[in-house]
Ligand binder design. Structure first.
Ligand SMILES: C[S@@+](CC[C@H](N)C(=O)[O-])C[C@H]1O[C@@H](n2cnc3c(N)ncnc32)[C@H](O)[C@@H]1O
Length: 268
């Protein structure tokens, strides 16, 4: 079983990509000492604690995964309020100056409802920044690795029943449209392609990164329309791991590519 509750104990160690992508989001928001901040899809709360270090205001983290929130609460010595709640059920009104949403938007079941809730949760003049993998080929390395499940005789029949849990759009304008329809004025919206040449990645590190997020879809029984054969997950893991090894150059490093949407919106 691979969902965020099972991933939670190791998440903070393996969420390297999510953490590096968050830095730009922090720059976009410039959180002040008095801002009240919501961390939407806070996971195990390591970025929520970073938010705490910027502000003396109220800091709240919400996430629908009980396992992630349990880990967040266990490490919480900073007076942060963590709640088990999906963005679609967010019902706070006029409470925050800032909403921070890192690497979670792609999991939303109803993005329009979630963003409309965010608009209501912000005070007038409040701002929201969101970063998430974008485009169907969000990470060509992951997409290629998963092709091995589609092609291998031991997995292809079952993998044909996989249904994607993710919400990806192809253009920055489409993302901006969701925010604009909820009432936001969109300050900026851009899909950036990051090629990690400067910090080369070994094949086993690729697999750990895969396990910190993508595995909660590709290796999650809830994302298949059939019961998974008993050895499916372990066979699939082996195939994906080997495929990452085949992506490595002679020196053992894989060049990682990621497409990400960065959006900043403001409630007028
Ligand atoms: C890859 S983790 C990101 C966690 C954290 N924001 C970070 O950057 O490390 C994605 C998180 O989105 C959460 N999530 C999934 N569906 C969600 C929803 N509908 N509303 C809010 N969060 C959601 C998951 O439970 C998971 O903790």
């Amino acid at each position: 079983m691979n969902n965020f509750t099972t991933i939670a104990p190791k998440y903070q160690q393996t969420a390297v990509l999510q953490k590096s992508a968050s830095e730009q989001l922090f720059d976009m928001l410039s959180i002040s000492r008095t801002d009240d901040v919501l961390d939407l899809g806070c996971g195990t709360g390591h970025l929520t604690r970073k938010i705490r270090s910027f502000t003396k205001g109220v800091v709240v983290g919400i996430d629908p995964s009980e396992g992630m929130v349990t880990v967040a609460q266990r490490n919480n010595q900073d007076g942060i309020a963590f709640h088990v709640q999906p963005a679609e059920n967010l019902d706070m009104v006029d409470q925050f100056d800032v909403i921070f949403c890192n690497s979670a938007f792609q999991w939303f079941r109803n993005p329009s409802l979630a963003i409309s809730n965010c608009y209501s949760a912000l005070s007038p003049g409040g701002r929201m920044a969101m970063q998430a993998p974008a485009r169907n080929d969000y990470c060509p390395n992951f997409v290629l690795a998963v092709c091995s499940l589609r092609e291998h005789p031991d997995t292809q029949e079952t993998f044909a029943h996989f249904h994607s849990p993710w919400f990806f759009l192809e253009t920055a304008e489409e993302y901006a449209d969701i925010f604009a329809k909820a009432g936001f004025s969109v300050v900026s919206s851009a899909i950036e392609t990051v090629r990690q040449r400067s910090t080369p990645t070994r094949a086993f590190e690729m697999f750990e990164m895969f396990e910190s997020g993508a595995a909660a879809g590709y290796l999650n029984p809830d994302c298949y329309n059939v019961m998974l054969p008993s050895k499916y997950i372990s066979i699939a893991r082996g195939l994906i791991e080997r495929q990452f090894e085949s992506q490595a150059a002679h020196d053992g490093d894989v060049e990682l590519t990621f497409h990400r949407i960065y959006l900043l919106g403001r409630r007028p």
